[in-house]
Structure formats: structure tokens, C-alpha cells
Design a protein around this ligand. Structure first.
Ligand SMILES: [Mn+2]
Length: 332
């Protein structure tokens, strides 16, 4: 049978061997998205069924509303509170270990493994399975599990399809490739239900999120002749709409969706600074380079950062300058 990821077969085998009989904590990036949640829960099941000891899932933040029906019997425990030293750490969908939780990184400075698809991942774990061409970490985990002959249950097929659907915006991103469809087909054969996934992701929005969207849309401004469409959200906007932090996920896509926009951006006021989310239409317009300038990272066409100690007012000129130089570089 065709292997999806022959280049990672021995590393994944190494990971399974290293997990045998050991307690494993699977952790993903803070403010988890669908790919992160799907990867955490599915990998935890797969490791447990292939001989690991106790396996738990950790995150700095709780599971967002849209993904709760993919938890099944799994829980997402607080990364901040976790201190059981009998566990080894495996990160998923995490460009950088520091994007998990500060206290966790201090308590467990030497993670066992990382499975990820971010181009900016530096590969600092002991076993690194990193494929920047994978459309989702869930795509990578699904392919690795299939290649290794592990059983993929219906629940895990649903979860992994969800991760792929989220990170590819329903198979429409430039990262979507032939292999993405082949892996989705493999998951479908194992019982993944597209209609269930779509219903969970697209027909369960909280009204508070739509109220936040309305505020964001109203805040959108055009810069550089419409090449940048930028919207902002303040702490007061969250209070007014009743939305949660996780409700800003995906809003930036509306900025990018405007005709002529090359970059869509969302700047959010946090208590500790300003969080930025950036999207471009063309991966050659590398918004990850802009994110890196402010201590963040991500993919060429989808990246983010947190500029600590800044306010929206203090940060805006710096941000516009960085975007302007990227736009000039792109059009050179
Ligand atoms: Mn991802």
C-alpha cells in the first residue's frame, strides 16, 4: 500500500517506541484552533492504543465551543496546573514550544517530540516530525497513523477530518494538495462524516461571536490603496458583545476577503499588549515575516504575534510601517 509519509516512518516508529509504557502529555498551542484540538485528541488516542501508559491532553486554554463535540471521552487539562513529572511532553501543531504555556515549559524543559507543519518550527524536541508542506498537523498525524498500520477509529477519523477542514478552510487554501484529499479519502473510508464535521464547524456559531464579527467589520479600514484591510478589537468590544477571546478566530478572513486586499489583519487589544492576526492571499506575500518582526510566527499566508507592552495606539504606526515595507518588497 502507498505510504503517505515514507520520509517520517522511522521517526514515527521511534516516537511510538519512546512512548511505550510511558505516561504522555500531548500539548498544543495556546488559544487552540480546530487543527490543534483535533491533533491533540487524536494523537492521544493513537498513542494510548499503541502501548503508551496514561495519556492526557493539555492546553493553556479550554476547548473552544465549536470543537466540544469532538472531545468524546477526552478532556483538555490545564497546562498551567500540570506538574506530574512522570509524564513526557509531546507537542502538536506548535510552531514553538513557548507557544504552549510558560509554566509548563519551565517544568518540562525537554519535550520528547514535536509533530507540526509550521515552516518556522525550529525542531527543538528530541524527536521532530515537521512537514511544512502538510496542510494541517491533523493531515500529518492521520497519514503517519495509517502508514504505521495503527487503527483509526471513527471518532478519530471525524476529529482528523475536522482538523484538516479547519486548517484548509474546507480544502480551499493554497496548502491544500493532492495528498490532503487522499488522506481525507482514507479518513472517509474509516467513517469520517463530512456532514457531521460541517454541522459542528459551520452551524453552531454563538450569537456573541457574530456580535463581535459585526464590531470587527465596522472597524475595518483601508490602507495602502486597499492592499491592507485592517480591523481592530478592544477589550471593551469583547465586553459589549459578550464574546470570548476564542471568538476572534477566523474574523481576519473577512478582511482578506475584500477585493484588492493583499493582506487582511486583525489587531486585538489585550491586557498585556496587542495580538496580531495576519492573512495574505498569495503565500509569496509572507505575512510570517511581518509576524516575526514582532516576536511571532506562523505560515507564509497565515501568521500571528503578540506585541507585549503595546497599546493599539502605540503599536499602530510600527505595524503600518512593517506592512508597508512588506508590500513594497512584494511588488518589487
Ligand atoms: Mn495547524
Amino acid at each position: 500500500m502507498k505510504k503517505f509519509f515514507p520520509q517520517f516512518e522511522s521517526d514515527f516508529r521511534k516516537l511510538l517506541d519512546a512512548c511505550a509504557g510511558r505516561n504522555i502529555a500531548v500539548v498544543g498551542h495556546l488559544r487552540p484552533d480546530g487543527d490543534c484540538i483535533s491533533s491533540e485528541f487524536a494523537l492521544a488516542d493513537l498513542l494510548e492504543k499503541s502501548g503508551a501508559g496514561k495519556v492526557v491532553c493539555l492546553n493553556e486554554h479550554p476547548i473552544p465551543h465549536l470543537y466540544v463535540n469532538f472531545a468524546y471521552s477526552r478532556e483538555l487539562l490545564s497546562a498551567e496546573a500540570f506538574d506530574d513529572k512522570s509524564f513526557e511532553i509531546v507537542t502538536v501543531d506548535c510552531a514553538d514550544y513557548s507557544r504552549t504555556n510558560k509554566a509548563l515549559c519551565e517544568r518540562f524543559p525537554n519535550p520528547l517530540a514535536a509533530i507540526d507543519h509550521h515552516a518556522t518550527n525550529s525542531g527543538a524536541a528530541r524527536i521532530n516530525i515537521i512537514d511544512p508542506s502538510a496542510a494541517a498537523t491533523a493531515e500529518l498525524i492521520a497519514g503517519l497513523a495509517c502508514d504505521a498500520g495503527l487503527e483509526i477509529s471513527k471518532h478519530n477519523a471525524d476529529r482528523l477530518l475536522m482538523g484538516i477542514v479547519m486548517d484548509t478552510r474546507s480544502f480551499t487554501t493554497s496548502s491544500t494538495r493532492g495528498l490532503t484529499y487522499e488522506i481525507a479519502a482514507m479518513l472517509s473510508e474509516r467513517g469520517a462524516d463530512s456532514a457531521f464535521v460541517a454541522q459542528q464547524l459551520y452551524q453552531r456559531e454563538r450569537p456573541e461571536k457574530l456580535a463581535l464579527l459585526a464590531i470587527y467589520l465596522k472597524s475595518l479600514r483601508s490602507h495602502f490603496g486597499g492592499k491592507l484591510r485592517l480591523g481592530t478589537l478592544t477589550l471593551a468590544d469583547y465586553a459589549e458583545s459578550g464574546a470570548e477571546k476564542a471568538d476572534s478566530d477566523g474574523l481576519v478572513d473577512y478582511a482578506r476577503s475584500i477585493d484588492g486586499a493583499e493582506i487582511g489583519a486583525l489587531l486585538e487589544e489585550l491586557k498585556i499588549g496587542v495580538k496580531g492576526s495576519l492573512r495574505s492571499k498569495d503565500p509569496a506575500m509572507r505575512v510570517s515575516d511581518i509576524a516575526k518582526m514582532f516576536g511571532g510566527g506562523g505560515h507564509f499566508a497565515a501568521a500571528g504575534f503578540t506585541a507585549k507592552g503595546e497599546t493599539l495606539d502605540s503599536f499602530m504606526p510600527k505595524f503600518l510601517e512593517a506592512v508597508e515595507s512588506s508590500i513594497l518588497k512584494y511588488h518589487k
